[in-house]
Ligand binder design. Structure first.
Ligand SMILES: Nc1ncnc2c1ncn2[C@@H]1O[C@H](COP(=O)(O)OP(=O)(O)OP(=O)(O)O)[C@@H](O)[C@H]1O
Length: 378
């Protein structure tokens, strides 16, 4: 098992550039998630890794090996799709064992009836089925061995697809939104199972999703993609706490981060809601972001004061989500502890510690963290 390195990879379809000089190192044994909105090029990147597509330019290497010179079957990887891609006419057992039959038996030997008439094929089928059974047990689907896919639930089908990928023991697993057809509860439990599988197998997982909860809860590292490029590559904490681009900040975290445009006062100094902030904000700041959990109802020193009128209150059970609209017509979401009697229609001021504010320039790039630059109190 080695690192996989993509260098300056470009892929176009006609006039559309889907991946744009993308460079990325996937570390051996890591769980890397490609996160981004629909159409940003995640699946295309996965297909390039699997060998199902070739880039226009650029290199993909695994250690010293040029993967682009290898066929998909030579790449020692298995792919799990959103659509399960099971053979409907085969039993669960045959679906799981097919990759093993393919590798060791001729086409005629693989035919369900014929395999029992060839002594060589018979023993290979037995070996394959023993391994298949063991994997099915790990995934808790061994009792479904003789059923056909039509008689399975979505979660069971996805487990069969996982088992089929696992039997070959590849050194690289590629997942293309494998949970998006499942309901919320099942998604949550399979998320944990896939992460556990990764830890037990100790091989490299590359996982594509547009669901930030999946990415944040499962990954060692996340590559946030937009328009065929990687905006940021980092650990979930790193991505959440230090977003390097406003679009990264906007993509992770629920409820979504708030953005306030920074105005200039008469002396061209940055200001928000009339508060001169030249002591606190870098000169190039165009926008300040803060997370809904960062705002406090209590007055704080070194804090940005944000005022508005409450337009919506939502109770989730654990917390209260308050939406207010500022006089400048910016919508702000706050998460507050249940307590004070806030009401729709009332005016409210909240305080956001400066070290919890993220400053971005006009291109959306992160500016020097405010607390580092201005040594705000922690
Ligand atoms: N075979 C193809 N021919 C032409 N265009 C394609 C082809 N495959 C993908 N595209 C285009 O490339 C872009 C990226 O597609 P891709 O499937 O990689 O995005 P994605 O980020 O995985 O999106 P989603 O989350 O919706 O699957 C899209 O605009 C898509 O329409």
């Amino acid at each position: 098992m080695m690192d996989i390195k993509l260098t300056d990879v470009t892929k176009t379809y006609g006039a559309t550039t889907v991946l744009d000089k993308l460079t990325l190192t996937i570390k051996k044994g890591e769980f890397l998630t490609l996160l981004g909105a629909s159409g940003c090029g995640k699946s295309t990147l996965l297909k390039l890794l699997a060998g199902l597509e070739l880039p226009d330019t650029g290199e993909i290497r695994k250690g010293d090996v040029n993967l682009l010179a290898q066929t998909p079957s030579e790449r020692d990887c298995a792919m799990v799709f959103q659509s399960y891609a099971l053979y409907p006419h085969m039993t669960v057992g045959d679906n799981i064992c097919t990759p093993l039959y393919m590798g060791t038996m001729s086409f005629t030997q693989r035919l369900p009836g014929a395999r029992w008439f060839s002594p060589g094929a018979r023993s290979r089928v037995r070996t394959a089925q023993e391994l298949g059974r063991r994997v099915a047990e790990i995934l808790g689907i061994d009792h479904l061995w003789s059923r056909k896919p039509a008689a399975l639930s979505g979660g069971q089908r996805q487990r069969v697809a996982l088992a089929r990928a696992m039997v070959r023991r590849p050194s690289l697993f590629l997942f293309d939104e494998p949970l998006s057809n499942l309901d919320a509860n099942l998604r949550q439990s399979l998320r944990a199972e896939i992460r556990q599988l990764h830890d037990e197998l100790g091989v490299t997982f590359v996982y594509v999703t547009h669901d930030q909860h999946e990415a944040m809860s499962m990954s060692d590292r996340i590559a946030v993609m937009k328009d065929g490029r990687i905006l940021q590559l980092g650990t979930p904490t790193n991505i959440y706490d230090e977003p390097q681009h406003r679009d990264v900040a906007a993509f992770v975290g629920a409820p979504r981060i708030n953005f306030l445009p920074v105005a200039r006062d008469g002396n061209d100094r940055p200001a928000i809601q009339g508060q001169p902030l030249e002591q606190l904000l870098p000169a190039a700041v165009a926008e300040v972001g803060f997370r809904p959990h960062a705002a406090s109802l209590k007055r704080l020193p070194d804090a940005l004061k944000v005022s508005g009128r409450i337009v919506l209150m939502e109770y989730t059970g654990a917390e209260r989500i308050v939406t207010m609209v500022t006089p400048e017509d910016d919508k702000i979401t706050l998460v507050v502890d249940d307590g004070p009697g806030l009401r729709v229609g009332e005016n409210l001021s909240v305080f956001v510690p400066m070290e919890q504010c993220h400053a971005f320039d006009a291109d959306g790039l992160r500016l020097v963290p405010l607390c580092a630059a201005f040594s705000c109190a922690a």
